[in-house]
Design a protein around this ligand. Structure first.
Ligand SMILES: [Zn+2]
Length: 132
């Protein structure tokens, strides 16, 4: 990180701390379903009254792919996949490779929060999952 560079989350209210911590999901107060981060309206009952719920940092790899489509910020190929959390929700996220632990459907994955790209003078950070 360069001098006076600030960390900026890719979306506000994504983490329990502004730039780190757990992902924030929600419990719908009307129907009790657990909902993924950044949800505005409940998928089940259209309710909008939620309780904040820090989500587990550990999940299982449901499926993944190597992405070859050019991306403004990611060098191709990069990996992306779906992570099933114990709360019963499935998240889509970029994946980080880990030496000696190739991606395998069903494997344990852990949340990491790290720099995604630089933007003006700031460092944009966001969630990724890597093999645990
Ligand atoms: Zn609901």
């Amino acid at each position: 990180m360069k001098f006076d560079q600030e960390k900026k989350p890719i979306r506000e209210n994504l983490f329990t701390e502004r730039t780190e911590g757990d992902l924030v999901g929600f419990r719908c107060k009307s129907c009790n379903h657990i909902l993924p981060p950044l949800t505005l309206v409940c998928n089940y009952c259209y309710g909008e009254d939620f309780e904040r719920l820090p989500l587990s940092r550990m999940g299982k790899l449901y499926s993944y792919t190597a992405v070859y489509q050019p991306h403004k910020h990611f060098k191709v190929p990069y990996f992306a996949g779906y992570i099933d959390l114990p709360e019963g929700i499935r998240l889509f996220a970029p994946l980080k490779e880990r030496e000696g632990k190739p991606f395998k459907v069903g494997m344990a994955m852990e949340l990491i929060v790290e720099k995604l790209w630089d933007e003006d003078k700031d460092e944009v950070i966001g969630p990724k999952f890597q093999p645990a």
